[in-house]
Design a protein around this ligand. Structure first.
Ligand SMILES: N[C@@H](CCC[C@H](N)C(=O)O)C(=O)O
Length: 286
């Protein structure tokens, strides 16, 4: 049974098990990821992050420096994801606390490309890079290109699909509904369903630049926060409200805390806290 060092961390209670693989010797199977993420039989987390160099990641983008530290991210069900916004800050905290990165600003590799991380106060800001409407057809430009059925809503709700490196479908709740009335124990049904699935965000607007949201994450289920989801939710709300150049800074409240989103043209950045809370050694099942 292989034994690995792990660190447990979270960003606004989106929690991760980080596994050190500094020399690229470890191969994590989907069963290993499922075990590490299991809250009863394993360590417990929404996702698992292998800390390794880009050269050790078979499906890393070819244009990333092979020596750059790479956030090799897996959802709790074992599926690989292109990006994790909250994960980038927790990964950054790990690199700094383990002496693998330093300075107020540095870069990391992800399946969605290189991301710049800046130290901001006690937390970090991540330049998530370019965002786009997933379909960019007339329906998307008008603000709705999909419908979502979710337990707790009597009717199918219109939604907008965005690409933040990973896929998102954002739903604005009608004024008659509260976020708390949704039942996210079961997966929302998205039509049309993107081929690779999607993360689904439900949004309540509070005022200029301020929203709250709940999220059902692809490969996980409901989580207490999703960073790329917060960015998608802010972008969709900005899109629906007419894309004012005066409303580019957003506060996004999630069940696990508060995130900041800054829209900068076709780029978007995400800021928030990151905490490492435990470490240890664990034997993998396989
Ligand atoms: N929680 C993350 C997103 C993790 C990946 C997502 N479930 C997917 O499959 O795309 C975040 O903070 O962005």
């Amino acid at each position: 049974m292989p034994t690995v060092d792990f660190v447990k961390g979270h960003g606004t209670m989106n929690d991760f098990v980080l596994v050190a693989d500094l020399d690229g010797a470890l191969s994590l199977t989907a069963a290993d990821v499922g075990f590490l993420a299991d809250r009863h039989a394993g360590i417990g987390g929404d996702g698992v992050i292998r800390v390794t160099r880009t050269e050790s990641v078979a499906d890393a983008p070819a244009d990333i420096d092979p020596q750059l530290w790479f956030m090799d991210y897996y959802n709790a069900d074992g599926s690989a994801a292109e990006m994790c916004g909250n994960g980038t800050r927790v990964f950054a905290r790990y690199l700094v606390e383990h002496g693998l990165a330093s300075g107020p600003s540095f870069e990391i590799g992800t399946r969605a490309g290189v991301k710049r991380i800046d130290l901001v106060g006690d937390g970090y800001s991540t330049d998530l890079g370019p965002w786009r409407l997933s379909r960019a057809d007339e329906a998307a430009k008008r603000g709705m290109d999909a419908v979502v059925q979710v337990v707790g809503a009597p009717d199918a709700l219109p939604a907008l699909s965005l690409d933040l490196g990973n896929p998102h479908t954002v739903v604005a709740l009608p004024p008659s509904m509260d976020l708390g009335t949704l039942d996210l124990q079961r997966a929302p049904h998205v039509d049309p369903r993107p081929f690779d699935g999607t993360n689904v965000e439900f949004v309540r607007a509070h005022g200029p630049g301020h929203i709250s949201m709940r999220v059902f994450e692809r490969g996980v289920g409901e989580t207490l926060s999703c960073g790329t989801g917060a960015a998608a939710a802010a972008l969709a709300t900005w899109w629906w409200s007419g894309q004012s150049p005066d409303q580019l800074q957003w506060t996004v409240d999630v069940p696990g805390g508060r995130l900041g989103v800054l829209i900068e043209g076709d780029r978007v950045s995400l800021s928030g806290p990151a905490a490492l809370v435990a470490d240890g050694r664990v034997s993998l099942p396989g």
